[in-house]
Write a protein that binds this ligand. Structure first.
Ligand SMILES: C[S@@+](CC[C@H](N)C(=O)[O-])C[C@H]1O[C@@H](n2cnc3c(N)ncnc32)[C@H](O)[C@@H]1O
Length: 268
């Protein structure tokens, strides 16, 4: 055999790096090498001999699929990177513009109450710009997020941190516990499609159950796995959501705003 099996391992890894991203493949190298899919592919290559183009083998396609799923699950867990939320990192330079736009909206409607569903660590950034005395209710299902938020020093406002699955909350009673009839602004940033898919909820009914004057929903514009643009799909999703909510008389009008690689729907 011309190429040794060890060389094949490296060849396959570099092909995976091309397809899926070098950082991920380097980081999870040992795990990838230990998958059943990798073992089966190497056995098949050994059997066929080195003249065969391994990329055409179904075993290679299975391995590719497996590694894509590994990446998908890693991203979907919304891991933090050096203490920073992945969504915050991805916003990079646009984070400031986003905070500015949200703060302007909040001030324009003379808001007092923010409800942030699937908040991640976003309240740490947004809360800094909000007027003193603002009530900020942050809900997240992840323990690390809750711990991070509880450590925050946000003395100029009242930060209420709730550790819960967003779909298991009765929003009307939650707000009434704090003597609040409705939120002034509700944020569902990069979380609505995730909840809709994982919890099998109807986004329109879910939103309808939240007493709020305005709502901001956002979705990322790149698919987490292949990184291809999903702008058409997300624009359609948000426009259709806006139309349904307006038809039901829940909101009067909407605006779509795109910045960086994120699309926003503002509902008033
Ligand atoms: C992509 S992050 C977005 C964080 C933040 N909204 C932002 O845009 O910076 C999604 C967040 O939603 C939370 N999440 C996912 N499913 C949830 C659920 N069913 N209930 C509450 N939080 C949830 C995750 O823990 C995560 O912090």
């Amino acid at each position: 055999m011309l190429i040794k099996m060890n060389d094949y391992r490296e060849l396959i890894l570099s092909e995976l790096a091309n397809e899926i991203g070098a950082d991920f493949v380097t980081k999870r190298r040992d795990e990838i090498l230990n998958t059943t899919e990798m073992r089966k592919l190497l056995e098949e290559i050994e059997e066929r001999g080195s003249s065969y183009n391994y990329k055409r083998l179904k075993e290679f396609k299975m391995l590719l699929k497996k590694v894509k799923m590994m990446k998908y699950y890693e991203t979907r867990k919304f891991r933090t990177d050096g203490g920073l939320e992945v969504s915050i990192l991805e916003r990079g330079q646009y984070l400031e513009q986003l905070i500015e736009r949200l703060t302007d909206t909040f001030k324009m409607i003379e808001g007092k109450v923010v409800l942030d569903i699937g908040s991640g660590t976003f309240p740490l950034y947004f809360s800094k710009e909000l007027p003193a005395g603002t009530v900020y209710i942050a809900i997240d299902s992840r323990k690390e997020v809750i711990e991070e938020l509880n450590k925050a020093s946000t003395s100029h406002l009242k930060l209420i941190v709730i550790h819960s699955d967003a779909c298991e909350i009765d929003y009307k009673s939650l707000l009434s516990q704090f003597n609040i009839k409705r939120a002034d602004i509700t944020l569902m940033l990069r979380v609505l499609s995730v909840i809709a898919r994982t919890k099998k909820i109807d986004p329109v009914e879910f939103i309808e159950s939240i007493p709020t004057r305005t709502l901001v929903v956002s979705e990322p514009l790149r698919s987490l796995v292949r990184k291809e643009s999903v702008i058409t799909r997300e624009t359609k999703f948000l426009n259709s959501l806006a139309r349904k909510l307006e038809n039901r008389g829940i909101f009067a009008y909407h605006e779509i705003w795109t910045i960086g690689e994120e699309i926003f729907l503002f509902l008033f």
